[in-house]
Ligand binder design. Sequence first.
Ligand SMILES: [Zn+2]
Length: 200
Amino acid sequence: MKTAVAIIGIGILLVGALVLLSQTMEGSFLRIAAYDPLPGSKERPQLLTFGMYVTPDPAQNPIAPPERFIGFHTALDLEIHQNEVDDDIPVMAVCAGEVIQSGLVSGYGGLVVQRCNLQGEDVTVIYGHLDLDSLASSGATVTSGEKIGILAPANSEESGHTRKHLHLGIHKGHDIDVRGYVQTKEELENFLDPKEVLDL
Ligand SMILES: [Zn+2]
């Protein structure tokens, strides 16, 4: 009798553990499928976050060497891992919608701007420092999770002469505003924090 109770008890525990495990796995798969702009975004270094005020002074800049810009960063930068310097790192759309700008932009190198709706809000999403040959074309409609380019090599014209990384900005509304930095907190309110919106 005691053995039977023990077996039933263990059975219940096993079923419970399996249910918990499947829910956890489902959650992570859904998140990656819907929102991951780079493979494993959540595990990547995030040195330059949304709203951070930077100057070229190393004391006021988390990047070494510091970038040349001054102002509040309007985006989230996602870095590569040290062993990815020579790898093709795919950049994926974080939402479904139309590409409305695609090409070379000063400060960014290759840039894609996408119009979409995120959690009920109309936005434009900015993906900066991409390889020019890899960009999704203007006018293309892409789905969430679809590849829209690869990261440009460090210190090339296509990366805007900076390190290999993704600048991911979300601007409120459907007007194009590709500014990576703004000078006032009021202007910053026209942008959303990708880390919060996309749970990165
Ligand atoms: Zn940036």
